[in-house]
Design a protein around this ligand. Structure first.
Ligand code: ATP
Ligand code: MG
Length: 431
């Protein structure tokens, strides 16, 4: 007998195979952590021939556990019942204790960061956030993110958070520990399974704050934007100091390739493609200083705590292969990400409703975006000593690259939002 993993996994919000046909789901590695708790690496195969590996913690029970939510019930194996142990406070505590002990259990290695104090007695609860992993919050102190889809290779989120924690950078949630395994059959590559960081209690997501300001008749947000610019510059400086910098020429081929892919998805882009291409090609001789960066920075990846801004989720651009996500890039990539996010926060007020052609509202939105972009760059320049606006052509190219990607996304999934990136592309090209 085996558990009906396949029937269960397709209903989990972190399941990535929604658009594919599931062919099978079978445990590849099972590590007992306690008599009633198994750590399972589950191999999912698709009808198209692809495979994915997922992490599931299984809590076994002899009788139904009524305190578990329905979605956490995996099924029965003989007369034993199985539940998703992330919803079991004792199992979550056990994982945290293993990290606290820097334990090794079979193929699993748990690591506590030097000097970290883990809240092993705090009450755990599963985070309600809509996310692609599962996080458990311990009291007000720590948050344990258990990765769901796992892949071989160095995990940039752990890697960069570790470097930044050791540099005592105040603009990240301090890394307390992590756990991983070895990916059998992939040249003994590491495979990250989870990480625990300080929990920012009383924090608000940057996106929620910015959209609230935009909704509230575009109230002034520039103080926050300036401080966010300072925080991003501080993180960039720490990453450059610890992991180094190098120089490359502007990656014309990469951005052209992305443009081509995007045009195929969003035909509306085709009319602008020649001008965009011209902008990119003009930068072919440009030398860029590159370093490790966040890679997917936007207002949804920053948290405002009473003390200041934190950057979270250093996984890099979703959907890209690991090597790409870890490749040094220009810090202007991150700056462009935030500037694009200001634009989205403001212009989402103008999509899909009666305000679509409200010129006065569009004018206020534009002023709000410009004000926050300037404030962000002021803050950044003050700390970095280098102003992103001084590299305006390169910065504009990164904004274009991002907007082109957004256009492809919106055309496919959210056509009523397509005007946001299209308008930006027209604006950048006419500047
Ligand atoms: P996604 O699928 O959206 O990328 P994820 O699984 O990678 O999500 P995160 O982006 O790291 O998870 O976090 C999800 C949410 O949890 C964040 O948007 C934030 O609201 C909250 N969160 C994450 N880390 C912390 C923290 N250290 N303190 C407080 N809240 C946090
Ligand atoms: Mg994420």
């Amino acid at each position: 007998m085996t558990l009906p993993y396949g029937d269960w996994i397709v209903h989990q919000r972190w399941y990535a195979g929604r658009t594919r046909q599931l062919a099978g789901a079978a445990p590849a590695v099972v590590t007992p952590l306690r008599p009633d708790l198994d750590h399972v690496l589950l191999d999912v195969s698709y009808a198209d021939g692809g495979t994915e590996r997922y992490q599931v913690l299984v809590r076994w029970a002899d009788a139904p556990l009524t305190e578990f939510v329905d979605a956490a019930r995996i099924g029965a194996d003989g007369d034993r019942l199985a539940y998703d142990a992330m919803h079991d406070p004792q199992a979550a505590r056990h994982l945290l204790a293993l990290i606290d002990q820097s334990a090794t259990v079979g193929p699993l290695t748990f690591v506590k960061e030097p000097g970290a104090a883990l809240p092993t007695d705090a009450a755990p609860r599963v985070s309600g956030a809509e996310q692609s992993n599962t996080s458990v919050i311990f009291g007000r102190e720590a948050i344990l993110k258990v990765f769901r889809r796992v892949t071989p290779g160095v995990n940039p989120d752990i890697e960069l958070n570790r470097v930044l924690a050791r540099a005592q950078n105040p603009h990240v949630a301090t890394l307390y520990g992590s756990f991983d395994t070895t990916w059998a059959g992939a040249g003994s590559q590491p495979c990250a399974l989870g990480m625990v960081t300080a929990f920012a209690a009383d924090s608000t997501e940057g996106w929620d704050m910015a959209t609230a300001s935009a909704r509230d008749d575009f109230t002034d947000f520039t103080d926050e934007s300036r401080r966010l610019g300072e925080a991003v510059a501080s993180v960039h400086a720490a990453l450059a100091a610890t992991l180094g910098t190098s120089t490359v020429t502007f990656p014309v081929d990469t951005v052209l390739e992305r443009l081509q892919t995007a045009v195929a998805a969003a035909p509306a882009l085709a009319a602008h493609a020649p001008l965009i291409e011209e902008r990119y090609r003009k930068l072919a001789e440009e030398t860029l200083t590159v370093q490790r960066v966040h890679g997917d920075l936007h207002l949804g990846q920053v948290l405002r705590t009473p003390a200041g801004w934190l950057l979270i989720d250093f996984e890099g651009e979703p959907g890209q292969p690991l090597d790409e996500r870890r490749r040094p890039d220009s810090p202007w990539r991150d700056v462009a990400g935030v500037l694009r996010s200001f634009e989205y926060a403001a212009y989402q007020r103008l999509v899909g409703d009666q305000h679509g052609d409200d010129d006065a509202l569009a004018e206020r939105a534009r002023r709000w975006v410009d004000g926050n972009s300037e404030a962000f760059c002021d803050g950044y320049a003050g700390v970095a000593g280098e102003d992103p606006r001084a590299s305006s052509h390169v910065l504009a190219a990164y904004e274009l690259d991002k907007a082109v990607y957004e256009a492809a996304y919106e055309a496919r999934f959210r056509p009523s939002w397509l005007p946001i990136p299209m308008r930006s592309i027209e604006r950048i090209l006419s500047a």
